[in-house]
Ligand binder design. Structure first.
Ligand SMILES: *Cc1c(COP(=O)(O)O)cnc(C)c1O
Length: 440
């Protein structure tokens, strides 16, 4: 779309006004309301490959991919067919289906640290249940998480969380009793001394350390060298469990997730997003000895009416089996596309003289409007969010939809092309030029 042709959002604005009377903020998940970037959020009506269309007929190149699941692009034909086929046989049974075993086999084969897993309907449920299991299996109450990591919206995990919690600058959430928050020790990411100090202070009381092994929810923040291995060593020594929340990174940064990429095996893993192929799905897994503590075998209760839903399983199997079959091409392609766009835009910013820090691991990246390197939450929040908001708006006006917050990672899919990348870099050049002129 030429820059001169101003995007019309009449229908979306109308839909937003209606939604605001029906849903708080007009949304079912806060960041969708565009409060951090301003402007009326486009209402999505269709997606195909790397593109989205809104209710006014505007087309966008999609860089958030439903926040991660759409790694093969929108309406990928094998996924659509799998969902249609499953739906024709009934959307739900509330009884066991063969497809749960099929997806479980695929996941367990890809993640050697997992011997058994349980499916749930969201990433939130996966991490919440993993924490309960970790506490039961260690008979300890405290948990360690990291500032800026987001593990869904269960009470104890919202303390100093990332994603929307970081976007709106709230320290946690109202409605979480202090008595619950008390058991969550929130430490700076990438700081192994803070972890040592917490274990020294609470010796024998810490059930687990949970983290996003590559953080996506304060923007993309990779682990520093040997950080994950150090966490592995400390948790082993202290007999606490190490939980990798790979809801975002699983099947994204590598087929076997961050644990394959960095060669560090956690005790427990949580998954979501990609394993549901765009349908509601999550999972948590570990070695059998831990997982067999779940009901009906053990004393830890966990259940779900729609857990292992046949449509979600079908979409997950179609997605994961495609990734498995084309593993080498898929991850090489995602790496090449993502490197090209992340570095291309960074180079334009450098040429113009704007401070931009680019963090990237595979098809997961963030352009921070920050002068310093971003290694934790403290450095992430030095970003100039007002400038990010203007950049976001300028990109959207050129038909490129980035995640609507400085503190969310961007994603690419196998449906993106090098032409899309070239178009993005040229749009970013214009957008950044505009910002530079304004700030001068
Ligand atoms: C998205 C996400 C979650 C929460 O998953 P939902 O399906 O939104 O509940 C948890 N952890 C991480 C790392 C995530 O990126």
């Amino acid at each position: 779309m030429p820059v001169s042709q101003k995007r019309q959002l009449n229908r979306s604005a109308e839909l937003q006004r209606r939604a605001e009377n029906l849903l708080p903020g007009g949304v079912d998940s806060p960041v969708r309301a565009f409060r951090a970037v301003g402007g009326s959020p486009p209402f999505a009506v269709r997606g195909e490959g790397a593109y989205l269309w809104d209710a006014d007929g505007n087309r966008y190149l999609d860089y958030f991919g439903s926040w991660g699941p759409m790694i093969l692009g929108h309406a990928f034909p094998p996924v659509v067919e799998a969902i249609q086929h499953a739906a024709a046989n009934s959307a739900s049974f509330g009884a066991s289906t063969p497809s749960e075993g099929d997806l479980a086999e695929l996941v367990i084969d890809a993640y050697p640290s997992i011997e058994k897993l349980r499916f749930v309907s969201s990433g939130t449920e996966a991490t919440m249940s993993a924490i309960r299991l970790a506490r039961a299996s260690t008979k300890r109450d405290y948990i360690i998480k990291f500032e800026g990591c987001y593990h869904g919206h269960s009470d104890g995990l919202l303390v100093k969380a990332g994603s929307g919690v970081a976007t709106f600058g709230i320290p946690g959430s109202a409605g979480v009793p202090d008595e619950i928050a008390h058991f969550t020790l929130a430490l700076p990411f990438n700081d192994i001394f803070a972890v040592e100090a917490a274990f020294a202070e609470h010796r024998g009381q810490i059930a687990c350390v949970i983290l996003e092994p590559i953080v996506g929810n304060m923007g993309c923040v990779p682990p520093v060298d040997s950080y994950l291995q150090a966490l592995r060593d400390i948790t082993q020594r202290e007999q606490a469990l190490l939980i990798f929340d790979e809801v975002m990174t699983g099947f994204r940064v590598a087929y076997g997730g961050a644990q394959e990429l960095y060669g560090v095996q956690p005790d427990m893993t949580t998954l979501g997003k990609i394993i549901g192929g765009g349908l509601p799905c999550g999972a948590f897994g570990a070695r059998s000895e831990i997982m067999d503590m779940l009901a009906p075998l053990g004393p830890v209760y966990q259940a779900g009416t729609l857990s292992g839903n046949p449509l979600a399983m079908a979409a997950g199997i179609a997605t994961v089996s495609h990734l498995k079959e084309h593993r080498n091409e898929v991850y090489a392609r995602l790496e090449a596309l993502s490197a090209a766009v992340a570095d291309g835009v960074a180079a334009e910013a450098a040429r113009i003289g704007l401070s931009l820090t680019t963090n990237r691991v595979g098809a997961m990246f963030t352009w921070f409007f920050a002068a310093n390197s971003v290694i934790d939450f403290e450095s992430a929040v030095t970003s100039d969010t007002a400038t990010f908001a203007r950049f976001h708006q300028a990109m959207l006006d050129q038909g490129i939809w980035l995640p609507p917050s400085q503190y969310e990672a961007a994603f690419m899919s196998t449906a993106h092309t090098m032409d899309d990348v070239a178009h993005t870099i040229s749009a970013a050049k214009d957008a950044l030029q505009g910002l530079a002129e304004k700030t001068r």
